[in-house]
Design a protein around this ligand. Structure first.
Ligand code: SF4
Length: 304
């Protein structure tokens, strides 16, 4: 079901797990320009300045959807850039207006998490802001630099720990294939990503989420332009699965609470379970996918 108050500017994106959320426009577009991303190319980034206007939307949604709203997702590409006190006020207002609300979340660029103090993050969590979705893409600093991510492995490790400590759920997204088809770079991308996953593990019992997606060179993206100039060559599906195998293999055996999900339509294999507990099973299944192309999702069924 689509729940919004009719003022979102197309195209609109949200994480798959937010398919049933009320979408509230807080920003428009994204503050960044990563080379592989074409999601917000048509939008010039802007923030909604008048907090009362946003509150009007939250109130209007109550009139439109009654008490059916259980989850709210703040749009657009990087709503977490908004100042903490504004996010806190909006989050509190969401709960005041929607009695059955249990989740408030947004996409977040890691630098906007790091800019917020531990105290701000704690106050956000206490207000009911429950989860950030963070496009990590890679643990390899060179890959992060090449794709213009504006972040390093250290940044992600620190931001994840800040969120765990504050009580905000961490959902991190990696991008298989982002290093291109050079075998050495591709494997380093996987090893460094595993290293980062190990560094992001919370020190306390807590659920956290890791979702690898697979690169698709979408029209308008810088990476497609690089490909057309022979500066970037994509991985084969076998290489993608080899990356996934290496990534899983290099994660610590004793990780706990890490919900690992490759269900996204861009992926060649669909895995869902817990890293640590299900690691051996995941490795068997990816190995089978490497050996037998017939078990992979066919190209025509892949998409973003
Ligand atoms: S990948 Fe995320 S941070 Fe980068 S441009 Fe796209 S939406 Fe923005």
């Amino acid at each position: 079901m689509n729940m919004d108050v009719g003022n979102l500017e197309a195209p609109v994106f949200r994480p798959p797990s937010e398919w049933d959320s009320l979408l509230i426009k807080v920003t428009n577009g994204c503050t960044h320009r990563c080379t592989f991303c074409s999601m917000y190319l048509t939008k010039k980034f802007s923030m909604r300045k008048d907090i009362e206007d946003i509150k009007n939307d939250i109130r209007k949604a109550r009139e439109m959807f009654g008490s059916r709203v259980e989850k709210i997702f703040f749009e657009d590409g990087n709503a977490f850039v908004v100042k903490s006190h504004v996010l806190i006020e909006l989050t509190r207002y969401c709960y005041q207006q929607h009695p059955n609300l249990r989740k408030v979340s947004s996409y977040a660029h890691v630098q906007d998490i790091l800019k917020k103090s531990d105290d701000d993050l704690k106050r956000l969590a206490d207000a009911g802001f429950t989860m950030v979705y963070v496009g990590i893409e890679s643990g390899d600093n060179q890959v992060l630099k090449d794709c213009n991510k504006g972040a390093t492995q250290d940044d992600y490790a620190l931001a994840a720990q800040k969120c765990h400590q504050a009580g905000i759920d961490w959902s991190g997204i990696f991008l298989l294939g982002l290093a291109g088809n050079d075998p050495e770079k591709s494997q380093r991308h996987a090893v460094e990503s595993a290293k980062l996953i190990n560094r992001m593990a919370p020190p306390m019992p807590r659920k956290w989420y890791i979702s690898p997606l697979t690169l698709e060179m979408t029209p308008g993206s810088e990476i497609l332009a690089q490909n057309l100039k022979n500066k970037f060559q994509p991985c084969t599906s076998t290489q993608i699965l080899e990356e996934l195998y290496t990534l899983i293999k290099n994660t610590d055996d004793d990780l706990t609470g890490c919900i690992f999900n490759t269900n996204h339509a861009s992926n060649y294999l669909s895995l869902k379970g817990e890293l640590g507990k299900d690691k051996r099973d995941f490795l068997h299944r990816v190995e089978a996918g490497i050996k037998d192309p017939s078990v992979r999702r066919p190209e025509y069924m892949r998409g973003l």
